[in-house]
Design a protein around this ligand. Sequence first.
Ligand SMILES: Nc1ncnc2c1ncn2[C@@H]1O[C@H](COP(=O)(O)OP(=O)(O)O)[C@@H](O)[C@H]1O
Ligand SMILES: CC(C)(COP(=O)(O)O)[C@@H](O)C(=O)NCCC(=O)O
Ligand SMILES: [K+]
Length: 243
Amino acid sequence: MNLVIDIGNTIAKIAVFRDGSIVEIFYDSNQTLEQLPDICAKYPIDKAIVATVIDLGERVLAQLAHLPVPLLWLDEKTPLPVENLYETPQTLGYDRMAAVVGANEQFPGKDILVVDAGTCITYEFIDAAGRYHGGNISPGVQMRFKALHEFTGRLPLVVREGRRLPLGKDTDTAMREGVLKGMEYEISGYITTMKHKYPELLVFLTGGDDFSFDTNLKSIIFADRFLVLKGLNRILNYNNDRI
Ligand SMILES: Nc1ncnc2c1ncn2[C@@H]1O[C@H](COP(=O)(O)OP(=O)(O)O)[C@@H](O)[C@H]1O
Ligand SMILES: CC(C)(COP(=O)(O)O)[C@@H](O)C(=O)NCCC(=O)O
Ligand SMILES: [K+]
């Protein structure tokens, strides 16, 4: 069984895979990974992969060093099942690459846009020939609420849950709509624009921020919360004889 670890800016996701299927998912602290020993005691793990977008603290490094199985560290030197056209592979967040590897596995030969809504919202494009072209990085929902509060004199820290209106009628709704509608229009804009350029475009929506928005683009959107984990699992298997 494979152990797949995706360490993000907010949270770490750990998945156990058996023959390409997710057996169990764990959410863990990206500062401790304290569940790792129990997971390894619970399942017969034979190899692991880790991808991180943060500098790892001593406790996480120690947890990973104590893994009783071979561990693949995903970085710019790791062989990939797709072509990487990103111009700075050494600074690329490999959660982004894993997302398109996961999408390409499900729909090879298709132009795909992946929208990953987590700490940041990332937009990734992989073409029908399996070439990852890169994409854009935008603030995630919590970052938007926090920024409005922290970079102004009087704006409160508004939470996402609450009254929704077409246009804000008070400070709370004005800020909530500004953030949530802003995200919806941004995401819809990317999809609409790219659909013009790539008429056969498929879209994946992933990431921990499970929000749904009403759009007439529903027909081309696949929601897959665990796309990054699936992509990491594919990369681990692709490197089977190298670790
Ligand atoms: N235990 C949890 N289970 C599901 N979602 C969570 C959990 N903890 C946080 N989240 C949500 O997931 C978001 C982070 O999504 P994710 O894409 O996993 O983050 P990262 O940017 O760390 O990869 C958080 O902002 C929160 O909305
Ligand atoms: C953009 C990200 C912060 C997204 O990470 P996440 O929201 O999953 O925590 C991460 O992919 C990253 O640190 N990227 C490095 C810069 C780049 O990809 O070019
Ligand atoms: K993410």
